[in-house]
Unconditional design. Structure first.
Ligand code: AMP
Ligand code: GLY
Length: 427
C-alpha cells in the first residue's frame, strides 16, 4: 500500500513510525513532515489544505490511502473531496468533523444522544443579554468556548462573573474571528481528565486504543499558560475496567450509534476528551483525530498492525481485526523552545539525538537547514517517548534521553506523570 500522511508534528512522527513497521506498506509519504519524518518515508512539500495539489500527488504516486493527522483538512472536507475518487481517506466526512469544528454541534449531538456532558447554552451577538443572564445562573468558574476552531486557544475559564460577561462580549465581538461568532457557555466540571481514542469504520465497528493522559500547561504542577501539550502517559490508572465499561456503554456506543442515526459518514479516529467526575465519565470535547502528544505515547502501546486497522476502517469494515494493547507503560515528554507558548526563537542547532538509545525522540518542530543541520523550527521541538514497566521506569528513560539532547533554551516539565504515580500509590 502507498500511504500519504498529512501533518508535520510529533503526532505525525509517531504515526509514521508505526505505519513504517507494517509489512503492508510499500511507500510512505509525509506532507509536509518535519526534520525527522524522513526516517520513515519521503517528505513532500504539500500543504494539507491544498486538496487540488494533494489530488495530483495521489494520482501521480498511486496513493491507496490518505491518513489525516490534524483536524484542519478534515473540517475543510478532505474526506468529501476524495469520496468518489480511487483513494481511501482515514478520517471523518466534513459533517463528522463538525464534532470538533463546531462545539455547538458537538453539544447538540451529545444532548440528542444522551451522552453525559456539562450543561450548556449557546449564544450569538443577538443574544448577548441572555448570555450574561445565563452566566449569572451558573457558579464560578465560568467556561466559555468559541464554537469554531481556534488553534486550541478558544476555551476560557474565568473566576469572576464580571470578567466572564466581558469575555463573552469580546468573544462575540470577534476575539477569535468567525470562530467565536457563536459561544458555548457551560457548567464547570471538576475532575481529572483523560483522552480516549476510538477507531471506527462507520458501519458500527470500532476499536478502542490505549487510554492516555496529557499535560497541557507549560509549568510544573499544571500551572501557567496552556500549550499544545507538554507530555503524556498511557495507561491511566483511574481508567480501569469499571470506568472504561461506563465509557463504552454511555459514550462510545451512543456516539457510534448517533453518527449512524444522523447519517454521518465517519471512518477514522474519534478522540474523546473525558473528565472523571467522581467515577463518572463525562465528555469535555470531541476531536476528530488522534491527540498530540498522546499519540507519541499511545503508538508505543499498540501491538497490532495499525496500518491494517486504519485501512480496514477507511474501507468501512474492521471485521474481526484485533487491536492489541501492550501491557507496558508508555510516556512522552515534550522538549520545547524557551519562551513557548509565547514567542520563541527558531533555527537553534539540535545536538545529541543520535546518542539516544533508551527512547524514541519523535520530531515535532524540527527542520533541516540549508547546511544540513538539524534545527528547531517550532515551539514543541521533540517528543521523547519511552516504555517501561511502570510510569517511573518509563519516565526515567525519557528524562535520561532529554539530558542527552541539546538546543539553546530547551525546556521540559519535570513532573509529567507525577499525579498518576500518586494515584497509583493510593490505590
Ligand atoms: P481545549 O479545548 O483542548 O483547548 O481545552 C479545553 C480545556 O479546558 C479542557 O482540556 C479542560 O481542561 C478545560 N475545560 C473545558 N470544558 C470544561 C468544563 N466544562 N469544565 C471544566 N474544565 C473544562
Ligand atoms: N492533546 C490534546 C489535543 O491533541 O488536542
Amino acid at each position: 500500500m502507498n500511504i500519504l500522511l498529512l501533518g508535520s508534528g510529533g503526532r505525525e512522527s509517531a504515526l509514521a513510525w508505526k505505519i513504517a513497521e507494517s509489512p503492508l506498506l510499500t511507500k510512505l509519504y509525509i506532507a509536509p513532515g518535519n526534520g525527522g519524518t524522513s526516517r520513515y518515508g519521503t517528505n513532500v512539500a504539500l500543504s494539507p489544505l491544498d486538496f487540488q495539489a494533494i489530488e495530483r500527488f495521489v494520482n501521480d504516486n498511486k496513493i491507496d490511502m490518505i491518513v489525516v493527522g490534524n483536524e484542519d483538512p478534515l473540517v475543510a472536507g478532505i474526506y468529501d473531496w476524495f469520496e468518489d475518487k480511487p483513494v481511501k481517506v482515514c478520517g471523518p466526512s466534513k459533517a463528522g468533523a463538525a464534532l470538533e469544528g463546531s462545539k455547538d454541534f458537538a453539544k447538540r449531538f451529545m444532548l440528542a444522544n444522551g451522552i453525559p456532558t456539562a450543561r450548556y447554552r449557546s449564544f450569538t451577538a443577538e443574544t448577548l443579554k441572555e448570555g450574561k443572564e445565563f452566566l449569572a445562573t451558573l457558579k464560578a468558574p465560568y467556561v466559555l468556548k468559541a464554537d469554531g476552531l481556534a488553534a486550541g486557544k478558544g476555551v476560557l475559564i474565568i473566576d469572576s462573573l464580571d470578567e466572564a460577561c466581558t469575555a463573552l462580549e469580546e468573544m462575540l465581538g470577534g476575539m477569535f474571528g468567525k470562530s467565536s461568532a457563536t459561544v458555548v457557555i457551560e457548567e464547570f466540571l471538576s475532575g481529572i481528565e483523560c483522552s480516549v481514542f476510538v477507531l471506527t469504520d462507520g458501519a458500527g465497528g470500532y476499536r478502542i486504543l490505549p487510554v492516555a493522559k496529557d499535560y497541557k500547561r507549560i509549568g510544573e504542577g499544571d500551572t501557567g499558560l496552556n500549550t499544545g501539550g507538554m507530555g503524556a502517559v498511557s495507561p491511566v490508572v483511574f481508567a480501569d475496567d469499571e470506568f472504561m465499561k461506563k465509557v463504552e456503554s454511555r459514550i462510545i456506543r451512543p456516539t457510534i450509534d448517533g453518527l449512524a442515526k444522523e447519517g454521518i459518514t465517519y471512518r477514522g479516529f474519534i478522540f474523546l476528551g473525558l473528565i472523571n467526575v467522581g467515577g463518572e465519565p463525562m465528555v469535555i470535547e470531541y476531536n476528530v483525530r488522534m491527540g498530540d502528544p498522546e499519540t507519541e505515547a499511545v503508538m508505543l502501546r499498540v501491538d497490532s498492525d495499525l496500518l491494517q486497522l486504519m485501512d480496514a476502517a477507511a474501507s468501512g469494515n474492521l471485521g474481526d481485526l484485533e487491536l492489541r494493547h501492550s501491557p507496558l507503560t508508555a510516556v512522552t515528554v515534550m522538549m520545547v523552545s524557551g519562551g513557548y507558548p509565547g514567542s520563541y526563537p527558531k533555527g537553534k542547532k539540535i545536538t545529541g539525538i543520535e546518542d539516544v538509545t533508551e527512547s524514541i525522540p519523535f520530531h515535532a518542530g524540527t527542520a533541516v537547514d540549508s547546511e544540513g543541520n538539524l534545527v528547531t523550527s517550532g515551539g514543541r521541538v521533540i517528543s521523547v517517548s519511552s516504555t517501561g514497566t511502570d510510569v517511573a521506569d518509563a519516565l526515567a528513560k525519557s528524562y535520561r534521553s532529554i539530558d542527552k539532547i541539546g538546543f539553546e533554551g530547551k525546556y521540559s516539565r519535570t513532573d509529567i506523570g507525577r499525579d498518576l504515580m500518586a494515584l497509583a500509590e493510593r490505590k
